[in-house]
Design a protein around this ligand. Structure first.
Ligand SMILES: Nc1nc2c(ncn2[C@@H]2O[C@H](COP(=O)(O)OP(=O)(O)O[C@H]3O[C@H](CO)[C@@H](O)[C@H](O)[C@@H]3O)[C@@H](O)[C@H]2O)c(=O)[nH]1
Ligand SMILES: [Mg+2]
Length: 194
């Protein structure tokens, strides 16, 4: 990347995550250099998983309040999403998603398959998401899920038919990008029949 030089970081906010202003010299296609500035929010990377059951053609999703969505569109604040969590530095994406699956939806899975990686909002966030799929069965259910009370998580666990959730993507009841990506992955690769 020799199109970029003289990079400086200014921390604008450092609370839950870190918001930096990054100034840099950027060379345009015509060869001209210009000093530019971008704000970049860093709250780490994330992992998400689509849990699916082949016999019943069902998936496990979560429903929870999301303040940034509420800020943008009040009526969409209760967001329906695949199980997901932020990755701690010490953990791998796989370790993270196995732990989150038990905490948020109550299934103790042993393994998961990473199928996609995606920057969720590359103009503003550093976040890279590692997207997984795994089969679930009733015998893997070890508790109710719901998230960690100590972290003020309040997560409703949903078990829905695959055809129903595809309809929810079409009609805008599901608007979370990582969830749409994983459901369409399942559809394209016929993990389930709708
Ligand atoms: N006090 C405070 N707590 C926060 C804040 N942001 C998050 N938290 C707490 O940290 C917990 C994070 O829960 P996780 O399950 O680890 O993450 P997530 O919110 O589900 O996020 C996942 O999905 C996001 C949306 O796609 C991803 O951005 C993220 O990387 C992750 O995969 C939340 O329940 C909440 O309690 C904040 O700004 N302030
Ligand atoms: Mg979560």
């Amino acid at each position: 990347m020799n199109k970029i030089k003289n990079i400086t970081h200014t921390t604008l906010s450092k609370q839950w995550g870190t918001l930096n202003r990054i100034d840099y010299d950027y060379q345009f296609e015509n060869g001209a250099w210009k000093r530019l500035s971008r704000e970049s929010y860093n709250r780490g990377d994330g992992a998400a998983i689509l849990l699916y059951n082949v016999e019943n053609s069902t998936v496990i999703l979560t429903k929870q309040f999301r303040m940034p969505i509420y800020e943008n569109h009040r009526e969409e604040g209760m967001s329906i999403e695949v199980c997901a969590g932020a990755i701690d530095h010490k953990d791998s994406p796989l370790e993270t998603i196995i732990r989150e699956t038990e905490e948020e939806v109550g299934y103790k899975i042993k393994n998961a398959k990473q199928v996609l990686t995606a920057y969720t909002s590359p103009g503003a966030l550093t976040e890279k998401m590692f997207l997984f799929v795994a089969e679930y069965k009733q015998e893997l259910k070890v508790d109710e899920g719901g998230g960690l009370a100590s972290e003020n998580e309040d997560i409703e666990v949903l078990e829905l038919s695959f055809s129903k959730v595809l309809e929810m993507v079409e009609n805008g009841d599901i608007v979370d990008a990582k969830t749409i990506m994983l459901l369409q992955y399942a559809q394209i690769n016929t993990l389930l029949h709708s």
